[in-house]
Design a protein around this ligand. Structure first.
Ligand code: NDP
Ligand code: 2IT
Length: 447
């Protein structure tokens, strides 16, 4: 069979066997769509059914999460942990708490995570989990009871050398800490079972900042390739959560001006720049809506609805909220209004046709699995520190993170060139990430 025919056959099977999971189909299509030239060069991959194996999770765990709300009512959510691939190390990847969570979302995220983790060069397999719990409007004690119940089932499936969860949408320091506390009660183990822990109990300095910082370091590498830099550029960052906040911080440190941010209700714009201290207080401390920002900053405007953020003129766009938040129309607007670089802080924020617009117009485009890999890379560094019972300084961790992002850019860029599509970092990241996993799976026999 031709390489193209083999890829199409596997894609068809994925659609048939994972019915009603469009996000997962999308993520698989994006990766497999880059692999034609690799399959051509390595017929042994087809002979050994490597693609068929790589699209099938090693293990999927779905469980009931019962908890009690503040009024005493019994509530039930559905919990997930999908242990996708352990060829390169223990399963590693975040937990998402959002009402939209279902198998298709966790599978897409778990699948992306395999290649992202491979790109970091650290020993980490891929996995993802979460629940369809909505943390919005819940009290601290409700969140605690939910997290404790979630861990009461999850603990029997994970381990510091087996599967190490972390944060994602709706899971930050508070949730990780509650889960860690429950893990300890259940197992008596104080170890690196979760990353993104508090600094007082095994967390790593710079993990909080890592995804956003890493995304900007990656952008810097893409611009360097074009003899350009971030300094002096106008930037739009979508979202106002963990990734968005620290992308803003690093871009600002490097001399750029961030003029817009958003949440799931709407976006704020100020041509003089968005004040990060205010956003941090509103979102990290007070857990309020982004709309509150304009009552404190008179030159800023708030617009209801989050997709309009891409109409704002900018040179660099950093989508840092969620999947499929940037569509073809938005991509065309960005290109028309002078955007030169897009780096995905979120997972799969650009739709496939938006990605095509960026590639066709030679925009410097950093796909999520490369551009946002700094978060999980620093989780890997947290695991290394936990194993040694040591804590590195902020500067040490940040320097390692920076190095890793430079190396990811380099390997994606080189793979893109080697396989015939220079400058296409989508192909480059997919191929570079895939090759390492493929080699490991081939060496490990029928796994
Ligand atoms: P947070 O929960 O801290 O923030 C999420 C942000 O995105 C919030 O501003 C939220 O708005 C907004 N958002 C969430 N869902 C939607 C939606 N359906 N439509 C519009 N806006 C939405 O999450 P993170 O910052 O951690 O994660 C953001 C993205 O980055 C996700 O795609 C995640 O998978 C990815 N990522 C995260 C990493 C990490 O280390 N945390 C690492 C790599 C990638 P609101 O408050 O209104 O919900
Ligand atoms: O998507 C991601 O890479 C994350 N949410 C971070 C995962 C991790 O294990 O730090």
């Amino acid at each position: 069979m031709s390489a193209k025919g083999y890829v199409e056959k596997v894609l068809e099977e994925v659609k048939k066997r994972n019915h009603g999971e469009p996000e997962f189909h999308q993520a698989v299509r994006e990766v497999l769509g880059s692999l034609g030239p690799v399959i051509q060069k390595h017929p042994e991959f087809e002979k050994n059914a490597l693609l068929e194996r790589i699209v099938e999770p090693e293990r999927q765990i779905i469980f009931r999460v019962p908890w009690q709300d503040d009024k005493g009512a019994m509530r039930v959510n559905r919990g997930f942990r999908i242990q996708f691939n352990s060829a390169l190390g223990p399963y590693k990847g975040g937990l998402r708490l959002h009402p939209s969570v279902y198998t298709g979302i966790i599978k897409f995220l778990g699948f992306e995570q395999i290649f992202k983790n491979s790109l970091t060069g650290l020993m980490m397999g891929g996995g993802k989990g979460g629940a369809d719990f909505d943390p919005k409007g819940k009290s601290d004690s409700e969140v605690m009871r939910f997290c404790q119940s979630f861990m009461t089932e999850l603990f029997r499936h994970i381990g510091a050398d087996t599967d190490v969860p972390a944060g994602d949408i709706g899971v930050g320091g508070r949730e990780v800490a509650y889960m860690f506390g429950q893990w300890k009660r259940l197992t008596k183990l104080f170890n690196g079972i979760l990353t993104g822990k508090g600094l007082d109990f095994g967390g790593s300095l710079a993990r909080t900042e890592a995804t956003g910082y890493g995304c900007v370091y990656f952008t810097e590498e893409m611009l360097k390739e074009r003899n350009d830099s971030i300094a002096g550029k106008t930037v739009v960052v979508s979202g106002s959560g963990n990734v968005a906040i620290y992308a803003h911080q690093k871009a600002t440190q490097l001399g750029a001006k961030v003029v817009a941010m958003s949440d799931s209700n709407g976006f704020i714009y100020d041509k003089h720049g968005i004040n990060l201290d205010t956003v941090q207080r509103l979102k990290e401390v007070e857990r309020k809506r982004i709309k509150e920002y304009v009552s404190e900053h008179k030159t800023a405007q708030y617009t209801e609805g989050c997709s309009g953020i891409w109409n704002i003129e900018c040179e660099i766009a950093l989508p840092c909220a969620t999947q499929n938040e940037l569509d073809e129309k938005a991509a065309k607007t960005l290109v028309k209004t002078g955007c030169i670089a897009v780096a995905e802080g979120a997972n799969m924020p650009s739709t496939p046709s938006a990605v095509q617009v960026f590639l066709d117009n030679k925009i410097a485009f950093g796909p999520g699995k490369a551009a946002n890999a700094g978060g999980v890379a620093t989780s890997g560094l947290e695991m290394a520190q936990n194993s040694q019972r040591l804590a590195w300084t902020f500067e040490e961790v940040d320097e390692k993170l920076h190095r890793i992002m430079i190396d990811i850019h380099k390997s994606a860029n080189e793979a893109a060139k080697e396989y015939g599509t220079p400058g296409n970092l989508v192909n480059g990241a997919n191929i570079a990430g895939f090759l390492k996993i493929a080699r490991a799976m081939m060496a490990q026999g029928l796994v």
